[in-house]
Design a protein around this ligand. Structure first.
Ligand code: DX5
Ligand code: ZN
Length: 236
């Protein structure tokens, strides 16, 4: 099978993000037990979680290293959740195809790393995945104004990328308001960093509908209780 056919087959099997209009928690495996990932993911999907957030760090764009396509490949074998793959890497154009081949469903790249984001979004779609752009807390919202509406989901970093367990940056989260004006109701806005029971309502009030939670889910011993607690505030 040639590479093109491979992508075509793979495309048919891609999981789609839930249609915009619902509120979703996307637990980040960054805070999970990496020696026990299947069980960790099963625990949250058993609670109705449909999106698993996969944080990819290269030790260059951010000062931490996490995982590569091989982890996505094995996750893909064991879960039907949407693999929401957040590339915190200097060269997403080089590596995105590898993550897609491994079974990623949605790829988010940082605007700080790509010169021609429109072309890259097209390329991601051609490779069979949905596309997302994100921006660091210090990056102005203007940097994504032209491409936000071309995405399936826009990710707003609410901490400086690199580590889990940091505090929510309210000024960064407020960018969701402008982004919601740009993209309208049909494109998801995801927030990432410092989301927990004390911040999820604020992020929602700014227009976010998809809430990454690492420490607030996988950092808690009882994942069902952790998800229920966030859901209660999120849906309140
Ligand atoms: C930060 C990552 C986040 C992180 C969030 O660089 O992109 O996805 O896992 O973790 P918490 O929810 O613990 O802030
Ligand atoms: Zn992330």
């Amino acid at each position: 099978m040639g590479q093109e056919d491979f992508y075509k087959v793979a495309m048919m099997e891609r999981r789609q993000l839930p249609k915009a209009g619902t509120l979703e928690i996307a637990p980040s495996i960054l805070s999970a037990d990496f020696a026990n990932l299947k069980a960790e993911v099963d625990q949250v999907t058993a609670e109705g979680i449909e999106i698993i957030h996969v944080d990819v760090m290269d030790g260059h764009f951010v000062p931490n290293i996490t995982l590569g396509p091989v982890v996505v490949k094995w996750l893909r074998r064991y879960t039907d959740a949407v693999l929401d793959t957040h590339l915190m890497i200097t060269d997403p154009k080089k590596y995105a195809p590898e993550f897609i081949k491994a079974g990623a469903d949605h790829i988010t790249f940082h605007i700080e790393t790509v010169d021609d984001p429109t072309a890259f979004i097209d390329q991601l779609r051609d490779l069979g995945v949905t596309a997302g752009v994100t921006l660091n807390p210090e990056t102005p919202v203007e940097s994504i104004e032209k491409v936000a509406a071309l995405c399936d989901m826009v990710l707003v970093m609410t901490v400086h990328p690199g580590f889990g367990g940091q505090s929510f940056i309210d000024d960064a989260a407020r960018k969701c308001q402008r982004i919601r004006e740009i993209v309208g109701p049909d494109i998801r806005i995801e927030v990432d960093g410092g989301i927990d029971v004390s911040t999820v309502a604020t992020a929602k009030s700014y227009g976010a509908d998809t809430f990454v939670a690492g420490n607030a889910v996988f950092g808690k011993p009882d994942r069902a209780a952790a998800i229920a607690a966030i859901k209660e505030v999120m849906n309140g």
